[in-house]
Design a protein around this ligand. Structure first.
Ligand code: GDP
Length: 298
């Protein structure tokens, strides 16, 4: 996903290699190149500004001027700042003290929520949990069916409204599911919610109603890393709408620029928790900001 950004940054740093003291002009030239590389990768402007501002400040400080290898020192600073915009530390799921832990998924249609529900169940099962999936996306006729297929593949029980009962009330479904989870001793409940093509107040209200009914321990906002510049506005709308607790970047296997997705943690102040990197159950990983920064600067 970040190949082009990665190549641009590596080339910039190559030019610094072997240089002794760096002049302010050298630093400014480097900062300009970093800025262009980030903007061309679709990283959001305020994030680029903050990023290059603090890299510049640190690059002109003693930590670099007195370093044996100033070029390498700048790479270290950029790495640390990248880790920072990606959320700092790895953030894991906050499991409830008293099960079940409730994880609600939110995001636009096509973001990858249903796929994630399967991957998350598969991963939770490997971690020794007994996840249950809840089909609270009753907008799309095929959504319930799709979740059932995903649940089967992951070997997780799916709670869904009976077919033929009309559209149904997703809040009621989610509420009923909590009782079922308790009686069937599932310790994690993953609630899939409806997504639409654009931000939609009615959808946001429905997500809030489900949230208020099931009191999730985590609300994961799933975002397609390929949507480019729209990522930031979408993330802001969902952050205001449902106050999510963490971000999942999906489709990181794509070949688009992806920088907008990298901006989401910084813009919303919420951590990226997982990365989805393909269509199979196992294309899924905990998001480690430091590893992602290493990968970009490799
Ligand atoms: P939802 O509408 O948010 O539930 O989105 P879906 O889970 O149905 O995903 C929409 C499409 O994206 C499906 O065709 C998925 O197979 C695909 N998809 C989901 N996650 C990934 C991913 O990480 N990588 C790739 N390449 N495709 C994905």
């Amino acid at each position: 996903m970040f190949n082009s950004l990665s190549d641009r940054l590596t080339t910039t740093f190559k030019n610094l290699r072997g240089k002794g003291r760096l002049s302010e002009a050298d630093v400014d030239q480097t900062i300009r190149e970093i800025r262009r590389a980030l903007l061309d990768a679709d990283v959001a402007l305020p994030v680029v500004r903050a990023f290059t501002g603090s890299v510049r400040e640190r690059a002109l400080s003693e930590e670099v001027s007195q370093a044996l290898n100033p070029g390498q020192q700048i790479v270290k600073i950029v790495n640390a700042e990248l880790v920072g915009i990606l959320g700092g530390q790895t953030r894991r799921i906050a499991f409830a003290k008293r099960p079940p832990t409730v994880i609600m998924l939110a995001g636009l249609q096509g973001a990858g929520k249903t796929t994630l529900a399967g991957k998350l169940s598969h991963w939770l099962k490997q971690e020794g949990h007994r996840p249950m999936l809840v089909a609270a996306d009753l907008q799309r006729p095929n959504a319930v069916n799709q979740l059932q297929i995903v649940g089967e593949r992951a070997g997780a029980y799916v709670y869904a409204p009976e077919p033929g009962n009309g559209v149904g009330d997703p809040v009621q479904v989610a509420t009923d599911a909590m009782d079922v989870a308790k009686s069937k001793l599932h310790d994690v409940v993953i609630v899939d919610t409806a997504g639409r093509l654009g931000i939609d107040e009615e959808l946001m209200q429905q997500a809030r109603d489900i949230r208020d009914a099931v009191q999730p321990d985590e609300i994961l906002f799933v975002i397609d890393a390929m949507i480019g510049q729209d990522a930031v506005a979408t993330a802001n709308a969902f952050n205001e709408g449902v106050d999510f607790s963490g971000v999942v970047l999906s489709k990181l296997d794509g070949d688009s620029r992806g920088g907008a997705a990298l901006s989401v943690a910084q813009v919303t102040g919420k951590p990226i928790m997982f990365a989805s990197t393909g269509e199979s159950m196992t294309d899924f990983e905990l998001f480690h900001p430091d590893r992602m920064a290493d990968r970009i600067l490799d």
